[in-house]
Write a protein that binds this ligand. Sequence first.
Ligand SMILES: [Zn+2]
Length: 167
Amino acid sequence: MRKFPTIDGVMDWTSKEACPFLQQFEEHFRKKKRGCWVWNDDRSKRARFSVRIEGWVHQESAARTAWRFYRGPIPSGLLVCHTCDQDYCVNPEHLFLGTYADNTQDCIAKGRFVGNAKLRVDDILNIRRRCEDGESHSSIARDYPVGRMAIGKICRGKRWSHVKDSA
Ligand SMILES: [Zn+2]
């Protein structure tokens, strides 16, 4: 199979000609009560969708494909991100276009990782002190741009173990 020269140049994804592909797409997810449209309902599979037209094949993440069908083209360099934090969700209401930086901020906000630039050495030491004083991780997390899990890791020394209190 050849690859599409450009994804958007070959087909208008929001047009009538794309309807048969949209129908195929819509067979792959189930609408859940909480509003997420969960792809394949099988978490072991990667959420991907392929379209074949006249010998061309285009495959990408189901969320990106959902954006094309329900919203429109994806400007180059932008990511399709989730407000619901479910990578398997294809509900266009739960999707937004973001940059790589936005995606990183989003991860930081949800505590998926501690960005080096987000916390200074003082912060780390303060976080550790507050932990030692018995404050809960979620209470400490309210004062920093990281989540409860990240605070826990800092307290246990799994992150930032190179930062030592010299006082
Ligand atoms: Zn969702």
